[in-house]
Design a protein around this ligand. Structure first.
Ligand code: NOJ
Length: 862
């Protein structure tokens, strides 16, 4: 595994001319084999036992999907009928079960981040895991750490958490633990650099009229990769995540699922990932190449969705039989898949899928795409339990109070409550009326795309406010709603007599395969949708107690109106899921004191965030080149470095009470010296014998489903055996150096069994602060700790620790946290390791990235 390091060269668009100048991803082979270290030991042992009993074709069946729409789930592998094991079910999404029924619609990841509450992240994970488990799902396709949020207007940022890697990393870990404690394998996605929807897949882009033949390349240098984009995946691996999804985009001009550098070196070598890598749907680009580059499962199995061919399936069987792929590599794929399966206890809690992703009808074709086998498909099992409670709680606790000039809380004494704006009301098509939520009708509670779930119901703000006024009011209050954003005259008339005008506005975004109003996944601008600015203007012109409530996937431009004196409060409610209205009224009427903090920056102008989303094919018809030249300076780090004033800074949020910070204490802890990992791996274990072609022929008597992707051979003549283009054949000329070598390999200096070198996670410094609630009501505060690493190229400050604490009126608490070696280190490209620089480091504590009343120099530690 020893290869000279070549830092990927990042070039500006202007220099993109010929292929040799393009950013480059160095090869890294062989693909590290699982070792079962740490918490994986028992699961690994059982997986090895299991896989040792399998035939070649059975192993292949675990690695390859049966094909698009061939089974119940969005992706499903083959099974091992001989051992009573049916295929494994992969199902979206990161916020609940997609394409199902009688399931919950949870708040989006961005709302979880806005709670800054690890416990709620965990509880949501458990609840989502329970629902997937009870529907027969083996792998829940979430959570999301890519996109991370390089672009504030990127389509899928809301599926993930925050552009801050520490906040995202913590929320990834808690979500993963929750899902897996419920007995379902989590999937950290999309690995890696999947920062925009435009050009993520060449085919999709062609559909939008772009003449490109390859998908976008995210050109990321090694330092930025480690200090920013890889960071939350480290936390995911440390949390024991069972699977990782490789992404559609290229990284330094090598596809996410073909990239030996990101998969073999970073994920499996350095981070010691023991689970399996599955492709995003259609992100699998080559048979032998991707196997050697570290991919372990092809989803949904076919070359393009709906084609009868596969890079793997029979072709993988062929590649092992003709020794193009060493058998240990296939064994490793199967072991990784089964280790994840045992690790979360699938064998104890498994039930076959009892729903179909392709129809809501009770009866239908099991093999939907080819209309074969008519059966009862949807058993309509209700899996919601009492999850509405955690959904409502996250909704309230993620609500961010951005401005309050006495507008909130409401008192029930208001004589006339006006509810204005389409975003307050129902979708006239029904809450699930647009497939994959691909429209912006009525109140917005999820973005669009595969990262969605069907709602069991959706409580709108209009419903909840009316209910509140009528049930808890003084019996004297009137409430009127105008939800047609074109009806400005009617809004003006209601607002002019209202005691309070609650104005609802939104902006929406989602995944690239759906275009909503010219937004091809990514938002085309950062303004409000549907005349939102005019609705606000109408209200403020007619009512001096206007409260603006926003449902958005991220930041929108509020500069034109936020400081209007008739706006007495501004609330961001994010994408809160099914309990939207109820979560909101709890905060509006003060039953819950808001404690959410914005997990992203609200800038004055789009340009303050840095580069725009790449929407121009800048490399002829080759892969568009997206150069991540800003390095790790995204979101608040960019604003801080440029000294640009945001409107609402990262980490900011008001409360109905006030908090004060005092008494900062810094203490050095005793820790071992950091040492680079040295030594070698063991030899790659070989668990079986491939046997001969004749051992892997189609079994007689099998009822072959059309287009279904099987692992068996049609003939003992390997050239003809797959009955399709020979993806598994004659690849030997292209085998990269070292890719088939199963002998012991050098360990990487920063590597370790669970997220990297164990020394990185040792606590070096303890920090304590006192927080006092100086107001008259109890409330939640989020103490935030930032570190200045002190180097010239470093961000001014980076978030390193936080908590959410409840403090009674007049009370104080002591908050204690620690800084690990990783928290204080920079990635050193030369030594390929983390190093604590000699620059003076400083710690800051407060309640936003710019309200940091406490600070101290840190002692120099190593
Ligand atoms: C493509 C999306 O990028 C991914 O997030 C999703 O899990 C798969 N489609 C399956 O629907």
């Amino acid at each position: 595994m020893k290869l000279g390091w070549l830092e990927a060269t990042v070039l500006t668009a202007a220099t993109v001319a010929n292929a040799k100048d393009l950013a480059y991803s160095p090869p890294y082979y062989p693909s590290p084999w699982a070792t079962g270290e740490g918490e994986w030991a028992e699961a690994y042992r059982r997986a090895v036992d299991f896989v040792s009993n399998l035939t070649l074709a059975e192993k292949v069946n675990l690695t390859t999907g049966a094909g698009w729409e061939q089974e119940h789930c969005v992706g499903e592998t083959g099974g091992i009928p001989r051992l009573g094991m049916w295929g494994m079910c992969m199902q979206d999404s990161p916020l609940g079960i997609r394409d199902s029924d009688y399931n919950s619609g949870f708040p989006a990841g961005v709302n979880v981040a806005a709670t800054w509450d690890k416990r709620l992240a965990y509880q949501r994970g458990v609840a989502m895991g329970e629902e997937h488990r009870d529907k027969g799902v083996d792998v829940q396709l979430g959570p999301v750490a890519g996109p991370l949020g390089k672009y504030p207007d990127s389509g899928r940022v809301w599926e993930g958490f925050s552009p801050d890697p520490v906040l995202t990393g913590v929320m990834m870990a808690e979500t993963i633990k929750g899902i897996q404690d419920a007995g379902v394998i989590a999937c950290a996605k999309h690995f890696i650099g999947n920062e925009q929807e435009h050009f993520r897949q060449a085919g999709e882009a062609q559909g939008y009229g772009y003449n490109i033949t390859e998908s976008v390349s995210s050109n990321i240098d090694d330092k930025t990769m480690h200090e920013l984009y890889l960071w939350p995946f480290v936390d995911s691996v440390r949390a024991g995540v069972g699977s990782v999804m490789c992404s559609y985009n290229q990284i330094n001009n090598s596809y996410g699922c073909s990239n030996s550098y990101t998969l073999n070196k970073l994920l499996k070598g350095e981070l010691g990932f023991q689970g399996f890598v599955m492709s995003d749907w259609g992100a699998h680009h080559s048979g032998v190449g991707d196997a050697l580059a570290g991919m372990d499962m092809s989803m949904p199995g076919d070359v393009v969705l709906g084609s009868p061919y596969s890079f793997w399936g029979t072709n993988l069987t062929v590649s092992v039989l003709n020794s193009t792929i060493p058998e240990w590599r296939l064994d490793d794929m199967a072991v990784r898949i089964m280790a994840a399966y045992y690790k979360v206890g699938r064998d104890r809690v498994r039930t076959p899928p009892n729903f179909s992703s392709w129809t809501r009808d009770e009866y239908g074709f099991e093999h939907y795409i080819v209309s074969e086998n008519y059966v009862k498909l949807n058993q309509r099992v209700n899996v919601q339990r009492d999850h509405a409670n955690v959904i409502r709680k996250i909704g309230s606790d993620s609500t961010v109070l951005l401005k309050n000039n006495g507008g909130l809380p409401l008192t029930h004494q208001e004589r006339l409550v006006a509810v204005l704006g389409e975003d307050a009301g129902s979708n006239a098509y029904g809450a699930n009326g647009c497939s994959d939520r691909g429209c912006d009708n009525g109140t917005l509670a999820m973005g669009w795309g595969s990262g969605t779930a069907n709602f069991p119901y959706l409580i709108t703000p209009e419903q909840a406010i009316q209910n509140e006024v009528l049930n808890y009011g003084n019996g004297q209050t009137n409430v009127f709603a105008v939800t047609d954003n074109g009806a400005l005259d009617q809004m003006a008339s209601v607002a002019s007599t209202a005691s309070v005008a609650l104005v609802f506005v939104n902006a929406d975004s989602g995944e690239g395969y759906i275009n909503v109003d010219g937004n091809m996944g990514d938002r085309k601008n950062m303004t409000l949708w549907k005349n939102g600015e005019e609705v606000i203007k109408t209200a403020t012109a007619n009512c001096n107690n206007t409260i603006v409530i926003m449902h958005t996937p991220g930041s929108v431009l509020v500069g034109d109106w936020y400081d209007n004196e008739n706006i007495t409060a501004i609330v961001w409610a994010g994408l809160p899921g099914q309990e939207s209205g109820r979560s909101l009224v709890d905060v509006l009427y003060g039953r819950i004191n808001p404690g959410g903090k914005t997990p992203f920056t609200w800038g004055k102008e789009r340009k303050d965030y840095g580069a725009a989303i790449l929407t121009v094919a800048n490399n002829g018809n080759g892969a568009p080149q997206d150069d991540f030249t800003e390095g790790n300076l995204i979101d608040y780090r960019r604003f801080d470095k440029d000294d640009v004033e945001p409107i609402f800074e990262f980490g900011f949020g008001l409360s109905y009470t006030k908090f004060e910070f005092s008494d900062l204490k810094v203490k050095e802890l005793s820790a071992d010296k950091y040492s680079a990992t040295t030594g070698k791996t063991k030899h790659a274990p070989v668990l079986g014998k491939a046997g001969k072609a004749s051992d892997n022929l189609f079994p007689s008597g099998i009822n072959r489903v059309r287009q279904y992707l099987y692992p068996w051979l049609n003939s003992t003549n390997l050239k003809d055996s797959a009955a399709d283009p020979h993806y598994g054949m004659d690849a030997k000329d292209y085998i990269p150096d070292g890719a088939t070598d199963g002998t012991p390999q050098e360990l990487l200096p920063a590597s370790g069994p669970s997220g990297g070198n164990a020394g990185l996670f040792e606590d070096l410094i303890q920090v304590t602060a006192t927080i006092t609630n100086t107001g008259s009501v109890a409330g939640d505060e989020v103490p935030q700790l930032y570190v200045s690493l002190g180097g010239e190229d470093d961000p001014v400050r980076v978030l390193r620790a936080f908590d959410r604490v409840t403090i009674g009126a007049g009370q104080e608490i002591q908050w204690t946290t620690t800084l690990t070696r990783r928290d204080l280190s920079n990635w050193d490209v030369a030594s390929q390791n983390w190093v604590i620089s000699s620059a003076q480091k400083k710690v800051y504590v407060g309640n936003s990235s710019r309200k940091l009343p406490l600070s101290a120099d840190l002692p120099s530690v190593q």
